[in-house]
Structure formats: C-alpha cells, structure tokens
Design a protein around this ligand. Structure first.
Ligand code: CA
Length: 221
C-alpha cells in the first residue's frame, strides 16, 4: 500500500504500524511522489494537505480502482462531501490513533475483497517459501538468515513475481524516500541475497539491465 503524508514522523509511524501487520508499504512525502507510485498501490492512505499539489488531485488520479483512505485535518462538511464524491473509501480526521487507522485499512481491504494480512507464498514447487506473517523465508527447507533490508527486497520482488522493480521502487519499499544513496545500497542487498540463495541465486533474482530486478522464479499455484 502507499502512504502519502508530508510529515515525516507521522509517515514513518504509519509505515511501522502497517508493516507490523505484514503489509508492504510504499511512502510518498509529496503529491508528485504519490502520483509516480500510485499504479503500484492496491490501497492508498492519503493526507489531503500536501506541499505541492492538492491531495484531492491524487484522490482523483486514484480513480475508482484503488481504495483510498483520506487523512485530513480539514473537518468541514464541504471537504468531506468533495472527498466522498471523488471516491474516498473512508475518512480519518487528524489527530487519530495509528491503531484505528490500521483497523480502517483492514475494513476497507475486506470490503474491496482483498487479503487483509500477509500470507505464505511459495515459488518453483516450494524451493523458496516466504511466510510474511512469521517474517520467515526458507530456501530448500533451510531458513534464510536475512537482514531487514534483504527481507524487504525479497518480499517486494515476491509481491509481483516476474514484474521488474526499479532500484528506486525497491529502496522506497525498504527505506522510504528520505534514504539517500539508494542505488548502490539496493545492488549490495541483492548481491548478499543472491549469495544466501546459493548457486541458483543469480537466476532467482534476475538483473534486468538498465531497469532493475525481478524474481526469476514462478509462483506456485
Ligand atoms: Ca500535511
């Protein structure tokens, strides 16, 4: 999911709460970043008061297909009506408790018929098994001792097998936008991850030259 919030502390707080529930979280601190990441989101938590563009423009861009929960300090009836007219699925008025937001996220996902927590997925007949809820990955039955960043890269790639992820996207999944030097750091996480996956590591995490990386194995049915 995508969290759009220009206040860094709140953004990172929401990320922590949502990640604790095994959601994979992208973050954006501006409307421009939000628009760039929107197509990768299956739910958006959207602050309406953004520094560059009106949050309502992001809501409009999300259209009817991506559920949106609006965060706003604006409690006027006018804003609520406009937001609901533009298709917001829920409203949370600031200040709010992160726990309440997590419950609302789950309720919106449930209404949209989407999974409400992390799942276990396996790839290429069970060689690679990722259990997001247990925060555990196994390869050929052996637990993979992964760092937080390696885990983040692997879970991101596994969220859409065969899709190519750019380094920027992967860095955002694990660090948020405020993390500098992302390209080199992603390359080294991938290098270590491949090493831990053994001789087939380079096949399992493919380099797509000039674009990024993808999981090179098929998901099991
Ligand atoms: Ca704001």
């Amino acid at each position: 999911m995508l969290v759009v919030e220009d206040e860094r502390d709140l953004r990172e707080l929401l990320r922590r709460y949502l990640e604790r529930e095994a959601f994979s979280v992208l973050t954006a601190g501006s409307g421009a970043e939000a628009l760039a990441l929107l197509s990768n989101a299956d739910l958006v938590v959207l602050d309406l008061g953004l520094p560059d563009i009106d949050g309502l423009d992001v809501l409009r861009a999300a259209g009817a297909y991506i559920p949106v929960i609006v965060l706003t300090a604006r409690s006027s009836a006018q804003d609520r009506i406009e937001g609901l007219r533009l298709g917001a699925d829920d409203y949370v008025i600031k200040p709010f408790s992160p726990t309440e937001l997590v419950l609302r996220v789950k309720a919106v996902l449930r209404r949209a018929g989407r999974p409400v927590s992390g799942t276990t997925r396996s790839f290429q007949s069970g060689r690679l098994v990722i259990d997001e809820e247990a925060h555990e990955a196994r390869f050929d039955g052996e637990p993979l001792p992964l760092t937080v960043s390696e885990w983040g890269v692997l879970v991101a790639l596994a969220s859409a097998p065969r899709r190519v992820f750019s380094r920027l996207e992967l860095a955002n999944r694990i660090h948020g936008y405020e993390f500098g030097g992302y390209e080199r750091s992603i390359d080294s996480h991938v290098k270590n991850l491949r090493h831990k996956l053994g001789p087939t590591g380079a096949e399992m995490i493919e380099t797509i030259t000039g674009v990024g990386y993808r999981l090179g194995v098929q998901a099991d049915e």
